[in-house]
Design a protein around this ligand. Sequence first.
Ligand code: AMP
Ligand code: MG
Length: 490
Amino acid sequence: MTIDFDNTYVDLPDRFYEACEPASFDDPEIVRVNEGLARQLGLDPEWLDSGEGAAFAVGNRVLEGSRPIATAYAGDQFGNFVPQLGDGRAHMLGEVVDDEGQRFDIQLKGSGRTPFSQRGDGRAPLGPVLREYLISEAMHALGIPTTRSLVAASTGEQVRRSDGPEPGGVLVRVARSHIRVGTFQYFAVRDDVDGLQELTSYALDRHYPDLEPEAPVTLFDAVADRQAKLVAQWQLVGFIHGVMNTDNMLVSGETIDYGPCAFMNAYDPETVYSSIDERGRYAYQNQPGIAHWNLSRFAGALLKMADDETAMQSKLEKVLESFPERLQASYEEGMARKLGFEEFREEDGELLADLLDLMEHHEVDFTLAFRRLAELADPAPDADRPEVGDSFAFPPAYDDWLHRWRTRLRDCEAPSAEIADAMREVNPAVIPRNHRVNEAIEDAVERGDYEAFHTLTEVLENPFEYPENHEELIRPPAPNEAIEATFCGT
Ligand code: AMP
Ligand code: MG
């Protein structure tokens, strides 16, 4: 098996990365191969699923044409700037170009120590590897830009973590690039203007080829736009990233680094799952503001390239000021679609706010409430609709609101069946509920039983359809099933 690597990041100056080889593991085994993604990249899924594939997936076997590196970056972690982070447990194997000419990084995560490891062991426990696989692929199926998961493998060795030894794992991650806001900060804090300029043209060329090259403000505007859309999409499905540090924000606009992330069940804007986020910095309702703050840090890094600092600062600030509106516009557009409207009108603001208030007050499930609206919009729902569709009902307190919503729906021109269909395409029936994700991971890690992991992964490939015979994956947790905290586990 060969992979047609076409590496460009290694052609950047030496100080952008450290060349280093992945570790070696005695007994690697494949847990799951992403067949569709493998084919898209021109890789043979059957080979990936073999012993040789396992050796490749954990880094034992570095294929010809691969030039493994750990990339350098900095970042603001929970608001504190750390001038040097870098890939401490990840090896970028190289880049491949898919059948549509799109370029992707292939990276191993959990593949051993690098020159950036500091005191870390360079390893990843299997649990977080499975969580990232599951949730990143679920996000993709929900239509949200994200890094992808090609392979999850176990290493056969134990890693030591605070709760004792755990089985180790490696994730083969695929991303449009791994250029983070923190990558820019890395050069900015070193006053490395040449480095910043090289990175800017590289990022523009790779992600925004139609835009003016070498223009920091152009790049900033483009990234702000993608981040506005991205975070709006998170809000629309109730996704809580959990660690929105600037080193976890990509200039490509993909979601990256699935640590203690989770999806909201009952609507509560203060929802936080991450066990390390004690003050709720990265709570659901704070995500737009944090994205804005991260972009202000990005602007600060770009400003180091200015010839005329005042002029550039005012341009960057203008973009920055427009960010909350852009995000809000994207969110409202998405909410209009979720509610079945063609566009979001000014008066819809109140309708939406009242709905969210009711949801919060009655602790109503965010996902199922919107899905239910799709069903209520349909005058003649399919006779063969699975019964689970009825597992949710609005409390009577919604009657007045539902009446207002129906009245508003009458302004829409499309026939109601069409409206309902369009609503089903944006209101998922099933999301990766935290208690189910935890259960799947526990079965795998504690008992080597991967059935729940595979089932959940497969069901989440079609989140806009009710899965047959899996009502338990649709329903929100009963009070005794709820998992309130997720651990970084790194
Ligand atoms: P993360 O929390 O995964 O975004 O990682 C933050 C930083 O910590 C990055 O520089 C990682 O490379 C580093 N890091 C996380 N876990 C490990 C580990 N087990 N060994 C070495 N470095 C790590
Ligand atoms: Mg990270």
